[in-house]
Design a protein around this ligand. Structure first.
Ligand SMILES: [Zn+2]
Length: 234
C-alpha cells in the first residue's frame, strides 16, 4: 500500500510566514500501526523545513528545550530557532501547538488528563514567556483529541480536578462523568494570558472519527499515534 502523509491545519497558523504545522491524520486502516515508521515518514516529510524533535511522553508537565538528540522524557517542548520542528504524538490526548509569530518561537504540549491536571499547557506557555514572548502575541492550535462525547472517566477524577474543574465534567449516558479535556486546556491557556481569539481548534473527536484518527480508547494498547508538529522552517 502506498502511503503519503495527510495532515490537517488551522488557517490562523497557516497565515504565519515560514511556519510549518499540522495534525496528522491516520493513513492506514484502524489498528494499523507502526509507530517507528510513522516517525520516520514524518521526519522525512519535514526534512526540508527542519529536524523533527520527538519526546518520550510520560504524562507529566516538564518542558524540554530544543535541540536534542534521541527522545528525552517530557510532555512539552520549546524551540527558539528556525529549523527545529517540535513533534507531539497523540491518540486521544490533546495536542497543543503554540506559536509566537513576533519572536518566531514555538512550543508544543501533550495533554491527557494527567498532563492537564499537572498544568502542561501552562508550563509550555511559561517556557515561551520565560524566553521573552508576550502572552498577547502567542497563538495556540488545539488538535484532534477525544471529545467530551466519548471521554467517559471515573467519578474519582472530579476530586483530582478539584472544585475549579467542575465545569469540565458532564453527565454521561451510563452514569459516569465525561471529561472535556479540550475545555480544561483552553482555560489553562487563557489563564496563562492568551487571548481567546488566538486559540484555534481542529475539534474532531479521535474516537468518533475512526476514519481519520488513531484512538487509544477505541483501539486499545496497540493503537497507533498521530504526529502533530510545529516549527519555523529553516
Ligand atoms: Zn466522540
Amino acid at each position: 500500500m502506498s502511503r503519503t502523509l495527510r495532515t490537517t491545519t488551522v488557517p490562523a497558523l497557516e497565515a504565519v510566514p515560514g511556519l510549518v504545522h499540522g495534525f496528522e491524520q491516520r493513513l492506514g486502516p484502524p489498528g494499523w500501526e507502526d509507530r517507528d515508521e510513522t516517525r520516520r515518514r514524518m521526519a522525512q516529510a519535514l526534512a526540508g523545513a527542519g529536524r523533527l524533535q520527538l519526546l518520550k511522553q510520560v504524562h507529566g508537565c516538564r518542558v524540554h528545550a530544543a535541540p536534542w538528540d534521541g527522545r528525552p522524557e517530557a510532555d512539552a517542548a520549546v524551540a527558539d530557532e528556525a529549523g527545529l520542528i517540535l513533534g507531539i504524538e497523540t491518540a486521544d490526548c490533546q495536542p497543543i501547538l503554540l506559536v509566537d509569530p513576533v519572536r518566531r518561537r514555538v512550543a508544543a504540549a501533550h495533554a491527557g488528563w494527567r498532563g492537564t491536571v499537572a498544568g502542561v499547557a501552562r508550563e509550555a506557555v511559561g517556557a515561551l514567556l520565560a524566553r521573552g514572548s508576550r502572552p498577547a502575541d502567542v497563538m495556540a492550535a488545539l488538535g484532534p483529541s477525544i471529545g467530551s462525547c466519548c471521554y467517559e472517566v471515573g467519578e474519582e477524577l472530579r476530586g483530582v480536578f478539584g472544585p475549579d474543574g467542575a465545569a469540565f465534567f458532564r453527565p454521561g449516558p451510563r452514569g459516569k462523568p465525561h471529561l472535556d479535556v479540550r475545555a480544561a486546556n483552553v482555560r489553562q491557556l487563557e489563564q496563562a494570558g492568551l487571548a481567546p481569539d488566538h486559540i484555534h481548534h481542529v475539534a474532531d473527536c479521535t474516537m468518533c472519527r475512526a476514519d481519520l484518527y488513531h484512538s487509544y480508547r477505541r483501539e486499545g494498547k496497540g493503537a497507533g499515534r498521530m504526529v502533530n508538529f510545529v516549527g519555523f522552517a529553516k
